[in-house]
Ligand binder design. Structure first.
Ligand SMILES: Cc1ncc(COP(=O)(O)O)c(C=O)c1O
Length: 394
């Protein structure tokens, strides 16, 4: 490269890549090179997309629905999303001005943070939290501020931690229940507390509800957007990747107050124009179709969760709580004597098992690793067996 031309902008140079995507890519490369890799790193359902959704996309393609759509999305999809938010989450958003469809929920997060944050704005993230929140905040010039939150956190601790973390520069909180990586599903009281604090401190709340359908043991994910006083300050991000096993289709959305949605739409118009046309038709079929396939997948995930967690807990040095939602086990591996980064590196080298180090999810992830049980039963069994062998050989 010619001198000086290879330097990227500082804000990008300083950004870490996505640890989960890079581990998935590494596992794929090793597999392609003939290594018998067990890849438990990514959050990609092993189930196929439901046939009626695939058929809707094929019908759209065959009918020539292959051109640009309105930037925010096709009216019937925006309407279907508004209906879902109103009936399932109690959150009212105008499909004509308050909902935008993106190629993936990740893109919605990126555009939301670009739209909302001025340099130096502080954003509260609950720790541990998904790998892309902090980088998106930083790319927009904002500062992530971590608030520890786990199953042991009491309501009063949560309140105190929030109050201590809030400063005059705090603009936004990002809440994600069920949580990636811990699987924690926030209780009604916890969500209400966050809503109360947001109102008192006049903060915006971004609620990432991508795992809302993946809850176990009779739990229900509470949407903060449906609570009193939260209209006008809540944005909801969701998508079809996890609920409908549609990761590769790239379809996510945001629902936001009209003025913020209008501003976000400008970035979307200039960066992407619109989500893929025929994928939007498929999304209508997914949202309006029967829920039994999602329920079936959740039932299978629950069985896998129970088995994997008990397998992990039978390995000396590993302790794993039962995740309440999503499809990740997040065991503490500190008892093995290895730091989480060493654990993941050496596990991949010695036993060709790919898992994600906990530190990727924030300071509270130290000493943990994340394993996805969105994988076939035999793969999970093989993974657990190899981890057992790896730990016993340490
Ligand atoms: C918490 C969370 N939000 C959003 C996403 C992004 O989903 P999408 O595939 O729609 O971009 C993920 C994907 O892993 C996630 O874990």
């Amino acid at each position: 490269m010619i001198e000086n031309l290879s330097a990227a902008a500082d804000r990008v140079k300083n950004l870490a890549g996505s640890p989960t995507v890079s581990i998935m890519d590494k596992a794929r490369r090793l597999k392609a090179a003939g290594m018998p890799v067990v890849d438990l790193s990514g959050g990609d359902p092993d189930f196929p997309t439901a046939p009626h959704v695939v058929e809707a996309a094929m019908a759209a393609l065959k009918s020539g629905f292959t051109h640009y759509t309105p930037s925010a999305g096709i009216p019937e999809l925006l309407q279907a999303i508004a209906h879902k938010l109103a009936t399932e989450n109690g959150a009212k958003f105008d499909p004509k001005s308050e909902i935008i469809v993106f190629p993936g929920a990740k893109q919605a997060l990126y555009i939301a943070t670009q739209t909302l944050l001025n340099p130096g704005d502080e954003v509260l993230l609950f720790d541990p939290s998904w790998v892309s929140y902090a980088p998106c905040v930083q790319l927009a010039g904002g500062l992530p501020v971590y608030v520890k939150m786990d199953l042991q956190t009491s309501l009063s601790e949560l309140k105190t931690r929030l109050e201590e973390a809030i400063t005059p520069r705090t603009r936004l909180m990002i809440i994600n229940s069920p949580n990636n990586p811990s699987g924690q599903v926030w209780t009604q009281e916890q969500v209400e507390l966050v809503a109360e604090v947001a109102q008192q401190a006049n903060l915006l709340v971004l609620s990432d509800e991508i795992y809302e359908t993946l809850v176990y043991d009779g739990r229900k994910a509470v949407s903060i957007g449906g609570l009193p006083g939260m209209a006008g300050r809540t944005m909801i991000i969701n998508g079809l990747s996890k609920s409908h096993a549609m990761t590769g289709w790239r379809l996510g959305y945001i629902a936001a107050p009209a003025e913020l949605a209008r501003q976000m739409l400008k970035i979307h118009q200039h960066s992407t124009t619109c989500a893929a046309s025929f994928v939007q038709k498929a999304a209508v079929a997914a949202l309006e179709g029967p829920r039994d396939y999602t329920d079936y997948m959740v039932g299978r995930y629950r069985l896998r969760r129970d088995k994997l967690v008990s397998q992990l807990n039978s390995i000396p040095g590993i302790k794993c709580e039962l995740p309440q939602g999503a499809f990740y086990a997040f065991p503490n591996i500190a008892g093995t004597g290895l730091a989480d980064l060493d654990f993941t590196d050496r596990l991949l080298e010695a036993e060709a098992v790919a898992v994600t180090p906990g530190v990727a999810f924030g300071p509270a992830g130290k000493g943990y690793v994340r394993l996805s049980f969105a994988n076939a039963d035999e793969i999970l069994d093989e993974g657990a067996e190899r981890i057992r062998r790896f730990v016993s050989n340490l």
